[in-house]
Ligand binder design. Structure first.
Ligand SMILES: NC(=O)c1ccc[n+]([C@@H]2O[C@H](COP(=O)([O-])OP(=O)(O)OC[C@H]3O[C@@H](n4cnc5c(N)ncnc54)[C@H](OP(=O)(O)O)[C@@H]3O)[C@@H](O)[C@H]2O)c1
Length: 366
């Protein structure tokens, strides 16, 4: 007999296809099985679209009476942009629902409603795998902020650029494609002003599969120092600047090109990570990938707001006391205060070594 884990792994694979298109809704995948055969498959394709369960029911080739539904997240029980999934599940006479994760939204009572209607329910199957594709939604819902991932390309000695500010390229083409795919999974990407000044990145998503959505491009630019001609200035760009000596004229030019410029109150020109996340949450951003540089990421580390790191090590030694590293703000006062990494994974892509981990919660940082 094929196991529950096998079918749930198929649902996870499907859910992953949602990329950043479902945000701030979760990525969800679903398969419906009868007598060991998959009858229907579905995933949540885009924000506001049909949920995975409905797509799987509608895609099914046969009558679903007595079948088993495998879905990565608890089915919804409320009327949102689409009708409640539990009603369709009950109407389709599905006999059992296996889901991996409970929905942290207190308004969702999928399990209760299904059980009340006599549908068998099993939970917790392949929870960790489902959590990986749902992590941003879980943080967004429970912490009311986006999930924060720090992605950096580093030399083996931990530098993200040379002392002259050059970083292109520390890693090889395959690893850069891997990083580009990550960009397509986030609803926003973020850099600091010096990265724009030194590298002039476009920060667009350039692996255009059908329906691909560009992440919002966010720049932390306390003094509004980046040139108006930077590639990044345009639609889908949000610049966060300090209130102090705000340059109204320059902001107007940038806004005329389609960018949004927000000014915030600061202490000595430094915008807190907390404030940045509050702004992104208010823009419905459920995940943000910090793409550098060191100072920008450092402020997030110091405030305890990095959830996940993906470090891509290119096989070279950069050296240089003045060369930036991945997290260059204040830092920990001792190893016992360093943020602890858990769920670590290591793998190679081309010549580069990928080190991926989650940051343990509740790390006191100073
Ligand atoms: N290898 C990689 O993965 C990678 C990725 C990206 C960048 N890089 C390299 O990293 C270097 C830049 O890193 P960096 O650490 O020097 O600079 P950075 O973090 O890119 O930018 C720092 C500047 O951004 C603004 N800023 C950032 N956080 C802020 C905050 N919380 N509040 C107010 N302003 C804030 C400030 O601008 P103002 O001073 O104008 O206020 C600050 O001086 C570049 O050489 C680039 O090539 C490497």
């Amino acid at each position: 007999m094929i196991s529950d884990s096998y079918f749930m792994s198929k649902a996870v694979e499907l859910g992953r296809k949602g990329m950043n298109r479902t945000s701030p809704n979760p990525r969800v995948g679903c398969v419906i099985v009868k007598d060991g055969k998959i009858l229907g498959k579905g995933y949540h394709r885009y924000f506001g679209g049909e949920h995975a369960e409905i797509n799987a029911i509608e895609n099914a080739s046969e009558d679903l009476t007595g079948s088993v539904m495998y879905v990565t997240l608890e089915p919804c029980s409320h009327q949102g942009k689409t009708p409640p999934c539990v009603e369709r599940i009950i109407k389709a006479n599905i006999g059992k629902v296996v889901f991996a994760l409970s929905d942290p939204d207190p308004g969702i009572e999928g399990e209760k409603r299904l059980k009340g209607a006599g549908v068998d329910v099993k939970t917790g199957v392949l929870e960790e795998a489902a959590r990986e594709i749902t992590a941003d939604y879980l943080i967004y819902k429970t912490k009311k902020r986006p999930m924060v991932t720090l992605k950096s390309a580093l030399s083996w000695d931990g530098k993200i650029a040379s002392f002259t500010g050059k970083s292109q390229w520390i890693t090889g083409p395959q690893a850069r494609e891997f990083a580009m795919k990550m960009r397509g999974e986030h609803s926003a990407v973020m850099v600091g002003a010096r990265t724009v000044l030194n590298d002039d990145p476009a920060l667009t998503y350039r692996l255009k599969e059908p329906g691909a959505r560009d992440p919002l491009r966010v720049i932390l630019d306390g003094n509004l120092s980046i040139p108006e001609e930077s590639q990044i200035i345009g639609k889908n760009t949000l610049i966060i600047a300090a209130d102090g000596d705000f340059k109204e004229d320059k902001a107007k030019i940038m806004e005329d090109k389609g960018a949004r410029v927000i000014r915030v109150e600061t202490d000595k020109g430094v915008i807190t990570a907390h404030k940045v996340l509050e702004i992104l949450y208010s823009h419905d951003i459920s995940s943000v990938m910090i793409e550098g540089g060191g100072q920008t990421a450092g402020i997030f580390l110091d405030e305890g707001f990095i959830d996940r790191v993906v470090f891509i090590h290119g096989p070279c030694l950069m050296g240089g006391r003045e060369a930036p590293t991945a997290c260059d703000a204040k830092g920990a006062s001792g190893p016992e205060k360093a943020a602890k990494l858990i769920n670590k994974k290591y793998f190679e892509i081309g010549e580069d070594l990928i080190m991926q981990a989650e940051v343990e919660e509740k790390c006191s940082r100073v």
